[in-house]
Design a binder for this molecule. Structure first.
Ligand code: NAP
Length: 458
């Protein structure tokens, strides 16, 4: 039996779960690539700093990286440093695990005003992500809005509502902690377009938001009175949605509370315009919605001719991530995903499966689910790849060493897993000096410079 050579593009959870699945079956050697010198995708660049426990999942990935046949090539950009035709000549199969890099747009006037930003950028910023560390999120405003009620919106709200001292020992970016210390934010308006019963956040996250030491979650009792359609569907809803309704029904009884900051959670409202003055956000115009049942059976919001304006001066648009096309790889612009049949990449729009190409994670199914959702998703793809192995094996793959010489010929300074472990130690040491779990490098050039000073291995 030929051991397959598989390239995985992307080193987030879905990429690692796919690598683990392949390596544990002794079916393949895996080369994992990432455009950043650091692995772990959204576990490093997305998970909120006050949720350190969630980041423990990297221990699973660290174990995977020690399995025979695994190699990591960070700081290698698919599409420029390596193109698809080169990968196809070096590997039996390529798995895309690239996530969803961009943000979904709201499509309302004023979206591009100064002070209106995607939550994805704010998240990247407080997490020291090299793509966003140059952003400036000063927070002199007293009232801000977060649009959308998914878990990212909850993360952003929590970070804004926290006493900065309570998160100073985490891996939050120093500059973000500094900005949060100077923050004047007192009111956060969290806006959902459908009813409480359809909220995208999970029960654990909303419960946590109800118990922040420095902020009251305030919800109008009218917003927890469900319409008949929402009540009808709630009966067959999953426990998390039922819990959301229970938790917030109780919370609505508590009124305004007496903590210094307020989170006003509002449902059945959609932004129709972000209002501006001198090019900056000066308000948010919302229309009220009613729930209706669409032909496909889902409950959707329908705009009513009733409006309200909240005088916020900053808006975080947290309405979901969006995938971006990769050079030479099929892409469905509507869903922002790589078209596929259960993980086998298909061309677009015809839908014909393309041999040797596979996809996992958000690039496969869209930006949904928690970290663990990526495991069965990745294993489904691995299963199909192994079913295809008779065909994949027919391809002649050059002997080892060609990849390194190709990267060298292009002057690509790739980062190995051992390099990353060295950076990891440096970051933890930098953190220890400041009483934090970690002080991340936020700049790729600094990471490479630190690695270039790495003492030679004995
Ligand atoms: P999400 O869960 O899809 O939530 C997006 C939110 O935006 C929904 O409330 C959605 O409302 C709303 N929305 C979309 N388009 C809108 C529009 N045009 N106007 C107003 N609202 C709009 O996405 P996410 O929060 O970015 O999270 C992505 C995934 O990561 C989720 O699966 C999430 O659970 C996961 N995640 C998990 C954690 C955690 O476990 N702690 C933390 C962060 C993220 P509708 O429901 O009406 O579409």
């Amino acid at each position: 039996m030929t051991i397959l050579n598989v390239a995985i593009i992307g080193s987030g959870p879905s990429g690692f779960f796919a690598a683990d699945g392949l390596l544990k079956q002794g079916a393949a050697r895996v080369d994992m690539f990432d455009r950043l010198p650091t692995p772990y995708g959204l576990v490093r660049g997305g998970v909120a700093p006050d949720h350190q426990k969630i980041k423990n999942v990297v221990k699973v990935f660290e174990k995977c990286a020690q399995l025979p046949g695994f190699r990591f090539f960070g700081n290698v950009n698919f599409g420029s440093d390596l193109v698809l035709s080169e990968l196809l000549s070096l590997y039996h199969a390529v798995i895309f695990a690239v996530g969803a890099k961009s943000d979904r747009k709201l499509g309302v006037p004023g979206e591009d005003l100064t002070g209106s930003d995607p939550a994805t950028a704010f998240v990247g910023w407080y997490n020291d992500h090299p793509d966003y560390s140059h952003y400036h999120f000063d927070l002199p405003q007293s009232k801000v809005a977060v649009i959308g009620v998914g878990n990212v919106a909850i993360d952003v709200t929590r970070v804004l509502a926290h006493d900065p001292d309570s998160i100073r020992e985490t891996d939050i970016a120093d500059y973000a902690l500094e900005a949060l210390r100077k923050s004047q934010v007192k009111e956060i308006h969290l806006i959902g377009r459908r009813s409480l019963a359809q909220a995208a956040f999970t029960d654990m996250e909303i419960r946590e938001l109800c118990h922040l030491p420095g902020a009251d979650l305030v919800i109008d009792p009218q917003d927890v009175e469900l319409d008949p359609l929402s009540l009808e569907d709630l009966e067959k809803a999953d426990p998390a949605h039922k819990n959301n309704v229970r938790i917030l029904t109780e919370q609505a009884k508590l009124g305004l509370g007496n903590k210094p900051k307020k989170i006003f959670l509002k449902f059945l409202r959609s932004p129709v315009e972000i209002l501006g003055r001198d090019g900056k956000v000066a308000g948010l115009k919302l229309c009220k919605n009613k729930i209706y049942r669409d032909v496909d059976g889902t409950l959707k919001p329908r705009a009513q001719s009733e409006f309200e304006v909240i005088n916020v001066e900053r808006v975080f648009r947290s309405v979901g991530y969006m995938g971006e096309p990769l050079p030479g790889v099929p892409f469905n612009p509507k869903t922002g995903t790589i078209p596929n049949a259960s993980g086998r990449v298909a061309d677009f729009p015809a839908g014909k499966v393309l041999p040797g190409l596979y996809v996992v994670g958000w690039a496969k199914r869209g930006p949904s689910g928690v970290i663990g959702t990526n495991k069965p998703d990745a294993l489904e793809t691995v299963e199909l790849l192994l079913q295809d192995r008779a065909d994949l094996e027919k391809k002649t793959i050059p002997a080892d060493g060609n990849l390194e010489s190709l990267l060298k010929s292009k002057n690509v300074r790739s980062v190995s897993f051992s390099d990353w472990q060295y950076l990891d130690q440096l970051e933890q040491e930098r953190g220890r000096q400041k009483g934090k779990v970690r002080e991340k490098y936020s700049d790729i050039a600094n990471m490479v410079a630190a690695l270039n000073k790495r003492p030679a291995l004995g």
